[in-house]
Design a protein around this ligand. Structure first.
Ligand code: CMC
Length: 428
C-alpha cells in the first residue's frame, strides 16, 4: 500500500508522497515541497538526503551489506575479475563469455595514451601528487577526443569514451608514478590482464623485466572490486552533479578524482600510512595516539576509522582484512608500521569511545596497509582507489544521463547581510 507523509506548516497540512525502494528503503519525496509551501529542507552534508533513485549499488550500513546490481560483494570479491565487475556495474548484467571477451578486447585496444600527452608529464614537477596529475590528464582527454563533448550523446561515442577511460586510467596512473621517479615510462602490454598490466607499467624498467607475482595481482584485483562502487558518496555525487550540466564524461570523472583526493574520502588510505609513520617516529606509543583521537580539543582523528554509512562494520574491510593477512603472510612482510596498525586496531576496537560511536576500521585502513606491503608508493594509494572506483563513477554518470535527470542545483538559506549600499573605496 502506498504511504504518504504529512507535514504541518503554519497549521496547513501538506501530503508528501513516500518513495519505496526495492529493498524497502523509504524516502519522503519533497521535490514539490517548495512549489507548494515555499519551504525548502536543509541538510548539511546531505546526511538525510537521497539525491536520486539508483539501480546500481545497494548498501545497508546497519547490517553491513554491499551489493553491486544485486550481487553480494563477498561473492564478487571471491570469484570475479575486475573487468567482469566493471561490465556488471556499467551495463547492468554480468557478461557472458563472448561479451567479456569483446569487452576485454576493446579495453586492451585502447590502453595507449596519445604520444602528445606524454609531453604534459614533463611539465609537472617531480613532486607533483599523482592525483593532481591524474585528474588533469583525464580532463585533457576531452580535448584529444572532441567527439566526447557531443551534446547529443550518441551511445556509440559514449561507449568509446567509457572504454578509453577504463583502458587508459592505469596507463596514466603508472606514468604519473614513473614521472615522479623521473623513470622512463613503460608502455602497456596487451597480453597481460588489467591488473598485471598495471603492475608491469608501475614496476618494470626498460632494463629489467618485472616478475608479476600472482598473489599481488590477485590482491589488486580484489581491492579494485571492493572499491568499484559505493552509491552516492562524495566523489560519485560530484561526478553526477558535474555530469548533470551535460559536461562530458572525461570532465565529470576528472572532478570525481579531485573529490576522491580529500583525506576524509579516498585520501584516507594515504593518511593511514602517514599516521602510522608519525606514531612510529614518536616512539610507537599507540595508547597516547588513541587518547589524542578521543580528545575533543585535539584535531587528530584516527585515519581509517569510522564511516558515514557503515555503523556496525564495513563489509569491504572484513574481506580486505582477510586478504591483508594472507598477503602479509605469503610475502613474509616484516614492517614496524604493520605492528602499530594491528595494535591500533585492537586498542580502538576495545575502547568505549570507539565502541559507543561505532567507529570501526574502514576499507581504507586495511587497503593502506596492503598497498604498503605490495610496495605501492604511498602517494599512489588514492590513485589505486580511483582506478577501482572508475566503473562505478561511469555507471552512475550513465544512469543519470539515461534517466534524463535534471541539472543538480541545491538551494540554501541565506544568513548574510541585508541590503546595503555600496561605499566608495576612499570612504571605507
Ligand atoms: N577518530 C576519532 N573520532 C572520530 C573519528 C575518528 N576517525 N571519526 C569520527 N569520530 C567521532 C567524531 O569526533 C564524533 O564524535 P562526537 O559525537 O563526540 O562529536 C563522532 O565520532 C561522529 O563523527 P562524525 O564526524 O559526525 O561522523 P561522520 O559520519 O560525519 O564522518 C568520517 C565519517 C569517515 C568522515 C569520519 O569517521 C572520519 O573523519 N574518519 C577518518 C577519515 C577516514 O578514515 N575516512 C575514510 C572513510 S572510508 C572511505 C570512503 O568511503 O571514502
Amino acid at each position: 500500500m502506498s504511504q504518504t507523509a504529512k507535514i504541518v506548516l503554519n497549521e496547513n497540512e501538506h501530503d508528501l508522497p513516500v518513495v519505496t525502494g526495492s529493498e524497502n528503503e523509504n524516502a519522503i519525496d519533497i521535490s514539490k515541497l517548495r512549489a507548494s509551501t515555499g519551504y525548502i529542507t536543509i541538510d548539511p552534508g546531505y546526511k538525510n538526503t537521497g539525491a536520486t533513485t539508483s539501480a546500481i549499488t545497494f548498501l545497508d550500513g546497519e547490517k553491513g551489506i554491499l551489493r553491486y546490481r544485486g550481487y553480494p560483494i563477498e561473492q564478487l570479491a571471491a570469484n570475479a575479475s575486475f573487468m567482469e565487475v566493471a561490465y556488471l556495474l556499467i551495463y547492468g548484467e554480468l557478461p557472458n563469455a563472448v561479451e567479456l571477451q569483446l569487452f576485454e578486447g576493446s579495453i586492451k585496444r585502447h590502453t595507449l595514451v596519445h604520444e602528445d600527452m606524454k609531453r604534459f608529464f614533463e611539465a609537472y614537477p617531480a613532486k607533483a601528487h599523482p592525483m593532481g596529475v591524474l585528474s588533469s590528464m583525464v580532463s585533457s582527454f576531452a580535448t584529444f577526443y572532441p567527439e566526447s563533448q557531443n551534446p547529443d550523446r550518441n551511445s556509440e561515442a559514449i561507449n568509446l569514451t567509457i572504454h578509453r577511460l577504463i583502458a587508459k586510467l592505469p596507463t596514466l596512473a603508472a606514468w604519473s608514478y614513473k614521472n615522479s621517479m623521473r623513470h622512463p615510462f613503460m608502455y602497456p602490454k596487451n597480453h597481460l590482464n588489467y591488473c598485471e598490466n598495471f603492475l608491469n607499467m608501475m614496476f618494470a624498467m626498460p632494463t629489467e623485466d618485472y616478475n608479476i607475482d600472482p598473489v599481488i595481482a590477485d590482491a589488486i584485483n580484489k581491492l579494485l572490486i571492493l572499491h568499484a562502487d559505493h552509491e552516492q558518496n562524495c566523489s560519485t555525487s560530484t561526478v553526477r552533479i558535474v555530469g548533470s550540466s551535460q559536461a562530458n564524461l572525461y570532465s565529470s570523472i576528472s572532478a570525481g578524482i579531485c573529490a576522491l583526493w580529500g583525506p576524509l574520502h579516498g585520501g584516507a588510505n594515504q593518511k593511514v600510512i602517514e599516521m602510522l609513520l608519525k606514531i612510529h617516529i614518536d616512539g610507537g606509543n599507540v595508547d597516547k595516539w588513541v587518547e589524542k583521537a578521543k580528545d575533543k580539543n585535539d584535531p587528530f582523528r584516527l585515519m581509517g576509522f569510522g564511516h558515514r554509512v557503515y555503523k556496525n562494520f564495513d563489509p569491504r574491510a572484513k574481506i580486505i582484512k582477510k586478504s591483508c593477512d594472507d598477503v602479509l603472510e605469503k610475502l613474509g612482510v616484516d614492517d614496524p608500521l604493520l605492528d602499530i596498525a594491528k595494535k591500533l586496531e585492537k586498542v580502538a576496537l576495545e575502547d568505549e569511545y570507539f565502541k559507543e560511536r561505532n567507529l570501526y576500521p574502514n576499507v581504507d585502513f586495511y587497503s593502506g596497509i596492503i598497498y604498503k606491503a605490495l610496495r605501492i608508493p604511498t602517494e599512489m594509494f588514492t590513485v589505486m582507489f580511483a582506478i577501482g572506483r572508475l566503473p562505478g563513477w561511469i555507471a552512475q554518470w550513465k544512469e543519470m544521463t539515461e534517466n534524463g535527470e535534471p541539472i543538480g542545483r541545491p538551494r540554501q538559506i541565506y544568513t548574510g547581510h541585508g541590503n546595503r549600499d555600496y561605499v566608495d573605496v576612499a570612504k571605507r
